[in-house]
Design a protein around this ligand. Structure first.
Ligand code: SAM
Ligand code: SF4
Length: 313
């Protein structure tokens, strides 16, 4: 079958799958403390994730990433990844806050979920609590080491925020060098709950690069054409990346579609409109994929109302 390529020449080769919108943290840029969540009865069944990913593999899908909410909170996590690992995708990733990682490490290893993006916005317990409303920093740090010990690829995602964690930038660079993990600084995006505070907290990738240049030598490293990050290696060995979605959008080379836990399939994180694929027949799903291909914006939308935890980063 033919690949899914849109009128701007962008090929769909990656899918982000949200397993749940629930979370055991409340990162203040992501969702309000009193968030309400979708009814679990509306979740896609494990077999539906399998069907959709199988369909898209026949159209050239190569990589999937599991996200949320906190994907490790989905009760049928094991069954879904067992189903997905049997499909012909080249790479399976997971984005997680790592709190529950110790309970799932063997399941990840057994089902080739080998690429972990772990959110960690502070190395200081008080600041971690202020940002996330959780006090499990020690457990997260332990689980990052555990993942490394199990030879999983680990990248750390740090949402950089002015006046909140920008004083920890150098600490993260040293952490990257000491642990041998890539640390990526994310610009705060105007999504859902973050729209009201984003202006005050925003710090651009370039501002962070300037801070790093005052202390280190930076050498650019090459990445895949559709990578969301651009990366450097520093003279202390740190591997540092930037996801500069606001100041340097990458929509022109975007290769991703997204699927919410209740089966809304979307061509873009920053668009509210999606198509409902839950309970659809094989023929109906085919029609949905072809319609969705024309729904990916070429110019980056400035903001979106839905909460980040519904679709996942
Ligand atoms: N719970 C998991 C986690 O935190 O890694 C997966 C879901 S979370 C929504 C995925 C990523 O989105 C995290 O790295 C998080 O920091 C990031 N994120 C959430 N809201 C954001 C925002 N407004 N701007 C930039 N990144 C955001
Ligand atoms: Fe939960 Fe991830 Fe959102 Fe934080 S960023 S509240 S860990 S879904």
């Amino acid at each position: 079958m033919k690949n899914l390529v849109d009128s701007h020449g962008r090929r769909v080769r990656k899918l982000r799958l949200s397993f749940t919108d629930k979370c055991n943290l409340r990162c203040h840029y992501c969702m309000p403390v009193d968030s309400t969540f979708m009814d679990e009865e509306k979740y896609l069944h494990p077999s539906e994730y399998e069907e959709i990913v199988r369909d898209l593999c026949s159209y050239g899908l190569e990589e999937i990433r599991i996200t949320g909410g906190e994907p490790l909170m989905r009760k049928s996590f094991k069954e879904i990844v067992e189903r997905l690992s049997g499909l012909p995708v080249k790479k399976i990733g997971l984005t997680t806050n790592a709190i529950l990682l110790d309970k799932y490490i063997e399941i990840l290893k057994a089902n080739r979920v080998n690429h972990l993006n772990i959110s960690l916005d502070s190395l200081d317990p008080q600041n971690f609590k202020k940002i996330t409303y959780g006090n499990q920093l020690e457990r997260v740090l332990k689980n990052i080491r555990l993942a490394k010990d199990h030879e999983l690829e680990v990248k750390i995602n740090v949402v950089a925020m002015k006046g909140i964690n920008d004083h920890e930038i150098i600490d993260f660079v040293e952490y990257s060098s000491e642990l041998g993990v890539e640390v990526r600084f994310l610009e705060v995006m105007r999504i859902g709950h973050a729209c009201s505070s984003q202006n005050d907290q925003f710090i651009s990738a370039q501002e962070i690069i300037n801070i790093l240049k005052s202390k280190y030598e930076l050498k650019r490293v090459s990445k895949e054409y559709d990578s969301t990050s651009f990366n450097y290696i520093l003279n202390n060995g740190a591997q540092i990346g930037f996801i500069a979605s606001e100041s340097q959008p990458f929509c022109g080379s975007c290769s991703r579609w997204r699927l919410s836990a209740d089966g809304s399939i979307k061509a873009c994180l920053l668009k509210d409109d999606g198509l409902s694929i839950k309970g659809k027949s094989s023929k109906e799903r085919e029609d949905i994929y072809h319609t969705l291909l024309g729904m990916k914006p070429f110019l980056r939308p400035t903001e979106v109302a839905h909460q980040m935890n519904v679709l996942g980063g």
